[in-house]
Every structure is written in C-alpha cells, then in structure tokens.
Design a protein around this ligand. Structure first.
Ligand SMILES: [Zn+2]
Length: 286
C-alpha cells in the first residue's frame, strides 16, 4: 500500500504508521530534487512554468484536511487541478509530488510584489495540518524541523531570498488563512528561513480600521504594497485592506489577528521594511 515502508527509513514502530496512498501506476516517477525527500508520489497536476520563469519564491501551505491520505490523494489525482511540489508529514517525512522544474498548482488566484502568476515563480510546500476548519492543531517540532531543512535546501539551490519565503495567506489574503497564526515563522527565521522581526508589543491607542479614510490609511496601504502585498492604495480602509492587514498579522504579529491596524501592527510593518532595506543593501554589496 505504501511507497517506501517506515521500517526502511528507521521510524520507531510504536509511532502510528501513516500509510501513503498508492502511486498511480501510469504516472512517471522521478528522482526527488531534495536529498531529504524520502518518497516520491507523482502528481498528475502540473504544467510548464510560464516563459521558463525560474522559481525564486517558496509558498508554504497547510493541507487543511482531516487526514493525510485524503490530502495526498487530492494533490496527486488527475482532475482535482491542485498539487504542490512537496508535502511535509507530521512525523517529518517529506514526499515530493511535482518536480521543482515544473509548475505545480498550489497558489490559485494570487499576487506578490506585482507578480500574479505565483505558481510559475514559486515552489509550493504543503504542510500536513488539519487547519482552521478541523481544530487547527499545533505544528509538531519534528515537522517544523523538516520544513526548515527542506526550505534551506531550496533557498540554496534556487537562490530564494529570505523575504520570498511566504505563506499562502500572504499571496492570497482574501481567500486563504494558511499556514495560519500558529505557524512558527520566528523559529524558521532563527534558522535563516523567511524574513521576520520581533513584533512590536500590543498597546492601547489609536487604530486604523474598516471605514477609515485618511492619509494614514494611504501610508499603510503603500507600506503593505511596498512589502509585496496586493492591496489597492486608495486611502480608504476597505474590506480588501482589512483582509491584507489580517494576513500580515497572521504572519508577522500573530498575537492578535483582527484586521485592525493598531500601533503594534504599524510599527512591526515599518521595522520589517527597514530590515528588508538593510538586507537588500547587504546583498547588493556582496
Ligand atoms: Zn494553501
């Protein structure tokens, strides 16, 4: 039933074995791009990257389904129109479903830094977690360790800068919440994966929120757009702005995700932009 038994990769037999779905016999297997991927389950759902665009972004997802077998079946079966390059199981095992050279179908309608074909410019990684609709458990440490190791390899091989390791919610804030506010971005950043600064503490004070029309709202929208978010710069705090602020908070100020731009949110955004400018300058000087 499974490709690659647990015994062969040294798993403790007391751990609950999670069987992987059968590979479709018609589908061509391939050598994994990552040396730490233990299994290949080829997906039927992929195409060519548009105009040969080389990937320089990583998009992290959670599977958002009650079980791993269903999630992998969904990502690999022809006709579902979804896939990802990698799936990281809760026990840390890494399965590759689409070769990195190919365009997997994980981002959907999305945008970042002015680019809209996110599938063509990115590597998609699905992290097995039931997600917000099914209780949203914590991400186990060994799973996070595997995500870090996988991302580090991709970043090195593909020259992905830290600030282009993003969540699905960052590139599709109106539609998506994954990997969500429980995802430990700070732990990843401690290992050089992703761009992150310590969030500013939450304090009482003035806020920008739904309905506000002001230059401060325009400044906020400009700052979010400068960081990469797809947000209209109108000076009006509309529903789209609120969704982008919530996405920003999920990633960078997870203690409160409410779509209200409080002092902590604004300060965290400014310090992220300042540290990004410093990082870009350092890379340019190399
Ligand atoms: Zn997703």
């Amino acid at each position: 039933m499974s490709i690659g038994s647990f015994a062969s990769v040294g798993f403790d037999s007391k751990r609950r074995a999670v069987p992987l779905p059968r590979t479709n016999a018609d589908m061509k297997t391939f050598t994994p791009d990552s040396s730490i991927a233990s299994d290949v389950i080829p997906s039927a759902n992929y195409g060519d990257r548009n105009k040969g665009r080389l990937p320089d972004m990583i998009v992290l997802h959670y599977t958002g389904m009650p079980d791993v077998e269903g999630a992998i079946a969904q990502l690999c079966t022809a006709g579902t129109d979804v896939s990802a390059h990698y799936v990281v199981l809760e026990d840390g095992r890494i399965v590759q479903c689409v070769p990195e050279a190919k365009r997997a179908w994980h981002a959907g309608v999305a945008s970042w830094a002015g680019e809209e074909d996110i599938n063509s410019c990115s590597i998609g990684i699905e992290i097995v977690n039931r997600g917000h609709d099914w209780g949203y458990p914590e991400f186990p440490l060994r799973q996070i360790a595997a995500v870090i190791a996988l991302c580090r390899g991709i970043m090195l091989r593909r020259k992905v800068p830290p600030h282009r390791v993003l969540g699905h919610s960052d590139v599709a804030p109106a539609r998506k919440k994954d990997p969500g506010e429980k995802f430990p971005w700070h732990s990843l950043a401690n290992s050089g994966v992703g761009h992150w600064v310590q969030p500013a503490p939450i304090v009482r004070g003035e806020t920008l929120k739904l309905g506000t029309i002001s230059d401060d709202v325009r400044d906020l929208q400009q700052a979010l757009a400068k960081y990469g978010y797809g947000v209209p710069v109108s000076g009006k705090y509309d529903g789209a702005t609120m969704e982008v602020v919530a996405a920003f908070q999920r990633h960078f100020r997870p203690a409160r995700v409410d779509g209200v731009a409080d002092h902590s949110t604004l300060t965290t955004l400014q310090s992220l932009l300042a540290s990004l400018a410093a990082e870009t300058k350092a890379v340019a000087a190399q």
